[in-house]
Ligand binder design. Structure first.
Ligand SMILES: *[C@@H]1O[C@H](CO)[C@@H](O)[C@H](O)[C@H]1NC(C)=O
Ligand SMILES: *[C@@H]1O[C@H](CO)[C@@H](O)[C@H](O)[C@H]1NC(C)=O
Ligand SMILES: *[C@@H]1O[C@H](CO)[C@@H](O)[C@H](O)[C@H]1NC(C)=O
Length: 347
């Protein structure tokens, strides 16, 4: 796929030249200190997440007895058949007076069309040739929530881009995680939004639905949003490439007079670490073989796809799927401390 030429392709309305892929919005199900992948069974996990997808999301999601496709009654994502869960850390802004505020999230625009979400993130499933969809119980993790070293990040797969336009339909820059995209969170006051990209590995060992580190059963085969290259012999099965895209609306924080005086980056993720700790969690939960059919039938973007039995919901429908916090605490407004460690401190 020539991602860099997508803008030109859209202008020419020659969609045949672009690779078909699923690209859709997911609204926030809940913002909660819960992580059934890394900290199963725990309330008030070490850091805060924003979670989207099926409403069977829970503090424990044992693959042996928790099938999101069977237990969820709604999804905050576009396709009715997709009861998967997708989650990431949230971004905070730290003000000069030492208080923190969660950075609002919006849907992405661009030449492939505007995505509407109420908080949350945009999800892509990008096939490259014949792909094998995930099996029930499959889960994985991209990135490392404890990493502080930008050099240890797969920068062609996990990155940030400064979005200088207030109009998120103005496509900015080339392929995801190319050009001046950075592992660190950008701090130019010309950024109106910061786009975060998290691309997951697209090769699987074909055996394990998970692994102790939630990573070694999968492998990258190159970088960028191309669907991945040839898979290594250790991980021979080509998966659909999962990509998360988050638009952090930093417009209201770009006033240096309210930034910390010590020159530190005022933006951080909920672990109190910046861009190098960016990470995403994935728990598969599509109904039956709907994802395999979607890939086999070249379903495209966020539209109904009758050949695969996919139904797109309206924004009102997927926005209505929410869940109460299981670790109740304040996560919005100015906070005296980040919600981490013991129970949160309120401003
Ligand atoms: C979530 O887990 C609790 C037990 O930890 C259980 O009582 C509840 O039914 C579960 N909810 C869902 C939707 O699975
Ligand atoms: C801290 O700074 C922010 C940003 O300037 C401001 O909106 C907020 O009211 C301040 N809070 C306190 C407790 O001073
Ligand atoms: C981003 O935040 C600014 C400032 O709060 C607001 O005016 C603008 O509408 C927001 N943009 C979007 C796309 O929500």
């Amino acid at each position: 796929m020539q991602w860099a030429s997508l803008a030109a392709v859209a202008l020419l309305a020659q969609n045949a030249a672009a690779q078909n892929m699923l690209r859709f919005a997911c609204s926030q199900l809940v913002v909660d200190r819960v992580d059934p992948l890394v900290n199963p069974g725990m309330r008030y996990t070490p850091h805060l997440h924003q979670i989207v997808g099926g409403n069977s999301f829970n503090i424990t999601m044992d693959p042996a007895n928790h099938d999101p496709a069977a237990l969820s009654t709604c999804t905050s994502c576009n396709f009715k058949e997709d009861l998967s869960n997708y989650w990431t850390a949230v971004m905070f802004f730290k003000a000069r007076n030492g208080t923190y505020k969660r950075v609002p999230q919006v849907g992405n625009g661009g030449p492939q069309g505007q995505l509407v979400n109420k908080g949350g993130l945009d999800v892509y499933y990008i096939p490259s040739g014949k792909v094998t969809a995930f099996k029930p119980g499959f889960r994985m993790l991209a990135g490392n929530a404890a990493n502080t070293d930008p050099k240890k990040v797969s920068s062609g797969n996990i990155c940030h881009r400064c979005w200088t336009s207030t109009n998120d339909n103005t496509f900015v820059g080339g392929a995801p995680c190319s050009g001046s995209d950075s592992v660190d969170i950008p701090t130019s006051t010309s950024c109106k939004m910061i786009r975060q990209t998290i691309i997951f590995p697209a090769c699987w060992d074909g055996k394990n639905l998970d692994s102790p580190d939630h990573q070694s059963h999968v492998a990258y085969s190159g970088s960028g949003a191309t669907g991945g290259g040839s898979c290594p012999s250790t991980h021979p099965v080509k998966l659909p490439q999962v990509m998360y895209e988050l638009m952090w609306n930093v417009s209201s924080f770009m006033d240096k007079s309210i930034w910390p005086t010590d020159g530190s980056n005022p933006f951080m993720y909920s672990m109190n670490i910046g861009g190098p700790a960016a990470h995403g969690d994935y728990v598969f939960g599509w109904q039956g073989d709907s994802l395999q059919k979607a890939m086999d039938n070249n379903c495209n973007l966020n539209k109904d796809c009758p050949a695969a039995g996919l139904h797109a919901q309206t924004a009102d429908q997927y926005n209505a799927c929410t869940k109460a916090q299981q670790a109740p605490e304040q996560v919005d407004g100015w906070l005296a401390a980040l919600p981490m460690g013991g129970e949160s401190v309120r401003a």
